[in-house]
Design a protein around this ligand. Structure first.
Ligand code: B12
Ligand code: SF4
Ligand code: SF4
Length: 372
């Protein structure tokens, strides 16, 4: 009969077969970093992302305690996939007429779907393996049975939406360390990684946590244009361009618009400047290759996009999260920050836009360009 370590090896291989570059196992425990999550919510750093504040039956923040929220989860299988493609960094392109869509959102499909599909394969392989072992156990005359728990195997898999802080489990699964920019960094691959997790009732062999290799570096903190990294390992979403351009609905506070630069969707700066990404390998996987026009797109194209064009361009894409209104709002702010008089006529037109948020931002941008 295969020992328990064989299931662990099997599941990691199933992850590699499904296309993940990295896979590791964390115990289904509550780790000290999770206290930080409670502090983070308490300080209001989640902004308007109310789903982060969901509580379990005993009133605890769900994401702060996997033990209380999903007590049957004895192990967390953490899988990671590299989405970096051979394209310039946001810090390398400077044309003021063009904006920036974050690297993670260029691909053919929304990453949630891409990663979930792969997790489903790993989950199915694990279930099949356990069934096969049970059958073998049942048919075996030997007293030396495989040590599978007697209760039915339970699993659940998530990308983003599960009641856990994925990066904490990625650290304890040895996938990478939590950098001062709060991202998971792998020594060989860097941080252009999507994470996916499978919670399981199996007690698998855990990996060792990845050691912190940030050292005395503070490049990400120094480079963040909005000072959203308020201290090492701490991010205030209210100031983060990624949050402002993707999650924030309605008006963006005026005092922060100027620092948003030419970001139209998401932000990559704190990863672009990270020395561990200097040699980050580029994937050739078809699903992550950029859709036409999304790398460094023209700002006026985004700002004037019709409903039909938005549907066509972003069908099934992660960019849909910002909605057409949010994307146009962001592009209009970026035009104001561009210093490009070329945009003045377009902005004049957009001050009369039927979307009041777009119109108000166009007015702001027009004034900013006039001030020079
Ligand atoms: C909400 C959210 C956001 C928010 C808040 C980000 C944040 N840093 O919390 C916003 C919208 C800003 C965001 C942005 C991005 N996100 Co996001 N996001 C999430 C989500 C859904 C939850 C994150 C969370 O729980 N945050 C809560 C805070 C408290 O956690 P944390 O910042 O990770 O902090 C931990 C540590 O820093 C540590 N800690 C805190 N303080 C201290 C102090 C000390 C001294 C120490 C030692 C440790 C420590 O403890 C904390 C955990 O409790 C996760 C998916 C998931 N379910 O986990 C994806 C996730 C983190 N996002 C992801 C991505 C790709 C991004 C972006 C790169 C997208 C983009 N390009 O625009 C940016 C990156 C910005 C950044 N620097 O983090 C990936 C990250 C992959 C990776 N390599 O790390 C994830 C895992 C999604 C996925 N499934 O792949 N995101
Ligand atoms: S994603 Fe951009 S705004 Fe957010 S912390 Fe990183 S550099 Fe700052
Ligand atoms: S830029 Fe430096 S401090 Fe920031 S995550 Fe990378 S190594 Fe760590």
């Amino acid at each position: 009969m295969p020992p328990l370590s064989d299931i662990t090896t099997f599941v990691k291989h199933a992850a590699y077969d499904a296309g993940f570059e990295l896979a590791g196992i964390a115990p289904g425990r509550d780790f000290p970093e999770l206290d930080r999550f409670t502090d983070w919510i308490g300080a209001g750093h989640a902004g308007e992302m109310k789903y982060m504040e969901a509580r379990n039956e005993i009133g605890q923040l769900k994401r702060a305690s996997l033990r209380s929220t999903i007590p049957w989860a004895r192990s967390v299988i953490v899988c990671a996939i590299n989405y970096n493609t051979a394209q310039p960094l946001s810090t390398q392109v400077t044309d003021p007429k063009r904006g920036w869509i974050s690297r993670y959102a260029w691909g053919r499909d929304d990453y949630h779907q891409t990663v979930l599909k792969k997790l489903r394969r790993v989950d199915a392989a694990l279930k099949q393996y356990c069934n096969d072992v049970r059958l073998m156990n049942a048919e075996s005359e030997s007293p030396d049975k495989h040590p599978l728990p007697a209760d039915e195997l339970q699993t659940r898999y998530y990308v983003d939406t599960g009641p856990l802080v994925e990066r904490v489990y990625a650290k304890y699964a040895g996938v990478g360390w939590i950098g001062k920019n709060t991202c998971i960094l792998n020594q060989k691959i860097g941080s252009w990684l999507f994470l996916g997790v499978i919670l399981t009732s199996l007690e698998l062999e855990a990996d060792l946590p990845a050691p912190d290799r940030c050292g005395s570096c503070t490049r990400c903190i120094d480079a963040c244009p909005t000072d959203a990294l308020i201290a090492p390992y701490q991010l205030d979403s209210n100031k983060c361009i990624s949050y402002l351009t993707i999650e924030k609905r309605g008006a963006i506070p005026e005092e922060i618009r100027g620092a948003m630069g030419r970001h139209a969707f998401g932000c990559d700066i704190c990863q672009d400047v990270c020395p561990w990404n200097r040699k980050a390998p580029a994937t050739t996987a078809a699903e992550f290759q950029p859709r036409e026009g999304l790398v460094n797109p023209a700002l006026d194209w985004l700002a004037e996009m019709t409903g039909d064009e938005f549907q066509q361009t972003f069908h099934g894409s992660a960019v849909r999260r910002a909605k057409r209104s949010g994307l146009r709002r962001n592009a209009v702010i970026a035009m104001g920050n561009s210093g490009e008089p070329h945009f003045k006529p377009v902005l004049d037109h957009l001050t009369k836009d039927e979307d009041p948020i777009v119109a108000e931002n166009a007015h702001w941008s027009q004034q900013k360009l006039s001030r020079g």
